[in-house]
Design a protein. Structure first.
Length: 81
């Protein structure tokens, strides 16, 4: 179990210690969630949606979306002789 101490600033902010940020790969701008359970405050790393969105952005930039596709023609053309 890893337990590190941090102080709360005057505006209620707390810095997540560097070893924990590195261990959980928490970077600036990412979301964390706070949960109160049995008198404890739990901090959980946000879901990987930002990573997924970054990946999708990169894919979209490389392959442009088709202008217009006639999906009926594409589908039904499989059954024509």
């Amino acid at each position: 179990m890893l337990e590190l101490k941090a102080k709360i600033g005057t505006r209620g902010q707390v810095v997540i210690p560097k070893p924990i940020r590195e261990l959980f790969q928490i970077h600036a701008g990412e979301d964390v969630f706070f949960r109160v359970s049995n008198g404890d405050i739990l901090v959980r790393k946000g879901p990987g949606m930002k990573i997924l969105n970054r990946l999708l952005d990169r894919i979209e930039k490389k392959t442009p979306e088709p202008k217009e596709i006639d999906w009926d023609m594409e589908y039904y053309s499989q059954f024509e002789d």
